[in-house]
Design a protein around this ligand. Structure first.
Ligand SMILES: C[S@@+](CC[C@H](N)C(=O)[O-])C[C@H]1O[C@@H](n2cnc3c(N)ncnc32)[C@H](O)[C@@H]1O
Length: 232
């Protein structure tokens, strides 16, 4: 456990946030259920903000897709009915809603209760991997992206939408710092301060096409985002 050099309030938040091992996912019964309910209830609202970008990056996906951190199935609406989704989702509290969403959208679902840091698929076995709002929450985003690249066949694609750290010196960056600990505690480790552009660009993909944008939600720290596709 890292040394804690913080105020007592800071240290308390730190300890409360430390219920996750490395890199296992230690699901928290209260917050796991809360997050499943939160993403179910907020699904339409979040999708309203992200739809335009998701339609763009998730267009033309193949018949079988690996999804990292599927949550309660927010991305199934972007897949053709009959698509097979191999869902790498270590939070058991998401699984029931995920299965219901799959049934509703005609998705053939294969849930893998493993972390993205160790995807239980062979090298070069996938045509496409997708994720949304996940690299902010995983324990080790570089390791997850490296695993994504490993399981993609040459020419396969990783299509993603993520929220990222805001530019230094901006008001949004200040908000991201201010709410860091309570946000991470409520949303099970989520950080709004990750430079995921660099993580993805450093992973050795043949090409990365990405755009940055801003949404206008009341969750200011969440508004700076990227969406893109990387080719293996
Ligand atoms: C903020 S939710 C996003 C869910 C969904 N992708 C969406 O867009 O609504 C983050 C998801 O990542 C999952 N997750 C957290 N750590 C993970 C890890 N190490 N590997 C894979 N998924 C993880 C969580 O269980 C949760 O379902």
């Amino acid at each position: 456990m890292p040394e804690i050099k913080e105020t007592s309030t800071g240290a308390l938040w730190h300890i409360l946030s430390m219920d996750r091992g490395d890199p296992e996912f230690d699901a928290h019964p209260g917050r796991g259920r809360f997050n499943a309910a939160f993403f179910r209830v907020m699904d339409g609202y979040i999708d309203w903000h992200l739809r335009r970008h998701k339609e763009n990056v998730f267009a033309g996906l193949p018949d079988t897709v690996v999804e990292i951190g599927s949550g309660v199935g927010a991305n199934f609406r972007y897949l053709r009915p009959g698509t097979t989704v191999i869902a790498v989702e270590p939070n058991p509290y998401m699984h029931r809603s995920l299965r219901l969403a799959a049934a509703r959208r005609g998705v053939d679902l294969d849930v893998r209760d493993v972390v993205g840091e160790r995807i239980d698929l062979p090298d070069a076995s996938a045509d496409a991997v997708i994720s949304s709002l996940v690299l902010c929450t995983v324990t080790d985003p570089s390791q997850v992206v490296s695993e994504i690249r490993r399981v993609l066949r040459p020419g396969g694609r990783y299509s993603y939408l993520e929220h990222v750290v805001a530019e230094e010196g901006t008001f949004t960056r200040g908000v991201q710092r201010a709410v860091r600990r309570p946000w991470a505690w409520v949303f099970e480790g989520c950080s709004c301060e990750r430079d995921l552009q660099t993580v993805i660009r450093s992973a050795g993909f043949r090409s990365v096409e990405e755009h940055e944008y801003r949404i206008h939600s009341p969750f200011l720290n969440f508004n700076t985002q990227i969406a893109g596709t990387a080719e293996a």
